[in-house]
Ligand binder design. Structure first.
Ligand SMILES: C[S@@+](CC[C@H](N)C(=O)[O-])C[C@H]1O[C@@H](n2cnc3c(N)ncnc32)[C@H](O)[C@@H]1O
Length: 306
């Protein structure tokens, strides 16, 4: 049985049903995420891009000359274009993501946009223990670029493990990371419940994939997208809520959903600067520099290995 099948069966068998968010991102899910980044409500992308643009020289100085940049969960690779322009003699860019077709497509587009740097896509699941290929880790000045608040999708303990992985599996001792900050509930919930329903489409893509790849019989209209800010846990919780009592089948396995029963699909943790500093410290990193926007919505941080 596939890893996707095993994860789905395990997640839906729990008392509080949940799914692993990495299954949002096949080619189609990655394209829907690109649309999310352009939404009015989704302050994250435009704020981070502004921070990167305003501070690109200083950020590039932190990275230094002859850099090899590894970007796990690179998505559309839009943000690296800003940095590459101000970097001195960058050597190699390694965009990495979970969908093979998507990351290859992105790498081809980036090769045209960034003719002065070698680009080598790497299909990599950052929940795995795989090490970066040896010809890459033998390079000098390996820097990890991790924008987009992807770190917020990890439970805090998993975030610590991921940051350890950057040192132990990517052999990188510098990170430029995008960390979303705690803010008003209204702004947060709006960002994940957009008026056009793009985030809803993204959330339901996991159900669509179950139908397509796992021979499931879910009716997407019988589930409703919803995202709430859990203040106590400092995280946005994205959910799919069953709109009626229903049985669903995944191949030979059947699950009962009660009316209004929730599948928890993704978290997006929000940090204060102090909370993130402590988390980074627990993983062996110190925060050397922080850039924020004037409304303190988002931060880009430079971490160095202690
Ligand atoms: C929040 S998006 C950020 C995308 C992009 N870095 C940005 O700044 O807009 C998360 C990214 O992580 C990728 N991703 C999610 N789970 C992953 C996994 N387990 N392994 C590798 N990439 C993953 C997704 O495909 C997506 O591109």
């Amino acid at each position: 049985m596939s890893e996707f099948f095993n994860h789905v069966i395990e997640g839906l068998s729990k008392k509080d049903k949940k799914l692993n968010p990495k299954w949002f991102y096949d080619y189609e899910g990655s394209k829907i995420f690109e649309q999310i980044t352009k939404l009015d409500e989704y302050y994250i992308t435009r704020t981070e891009i502004d921070i990167l643009k305003k501070n690109q020289d200083e950020i590039s100085k932190c990275i230094g000359e002859h850099a090899t940049i590894i970007e796990p969960g690179a998505g559309a690779g839009e943000k690296i274009k800003i940095l590459i322009k101000s970097l001195k003699k960058p050597e190699l860019y390694v965009p990495s993501d979970i969908s093979k077709t998507y990351i290859r497509d992105i790498a081809t587009k980036l090769e045209k946009a960034l003719p002065n740097i070698k680009i080598e896509p790497w299909v990599f699941d950052f929940q795995s223990n795989e090490k970066i290929p040896s010809h890459i880790y033998q390079k000098k000045n390996l820097t990890t670029f991790f924008p987009g608040s992807t770190i917020g999708n990890f439970e805090p303990l998993d975030a610590i493990n991921f940051l350890k992985k950057v040192k132990n599996q990517f052999y990188s001792d510098k990170i430029i990371i995008g960390v979303d900050l705690i803010k008003e509930k209204k702004i947060l919930e709006r960002a994940y419940n957009d008026a056009l329903g793009v985030t809803s489409k993204f959330n339901k893509n996991i159900l669509k994939r179950m139908n397509k790849e796992l021979n499931a019989d879910l009716n997407l209209d019988f589930f409703k997208h919803d995202a709430i800010f859990n203040k106590k846990k400092s995280r946005i919780e994205m959910r799919l809520i069953s709109q009626k009592k229903q049985h669903i089948n995944i191949g030979q396995t059947s699950f009962l959903f009660q009316d209004q029963e929730i599948i928890h699909t993704e978290n997006s943790y929000k940090y204060s600067l102090d909370m993130f500093k402590n988390l980074a410290k627990d993983a062996g990193w110190s925060v050397a520099k922080i850039w924020v926007d004037k409304n303190k919505l988002f931060s880009v941080q430079f971490l160095i290995h202690q």
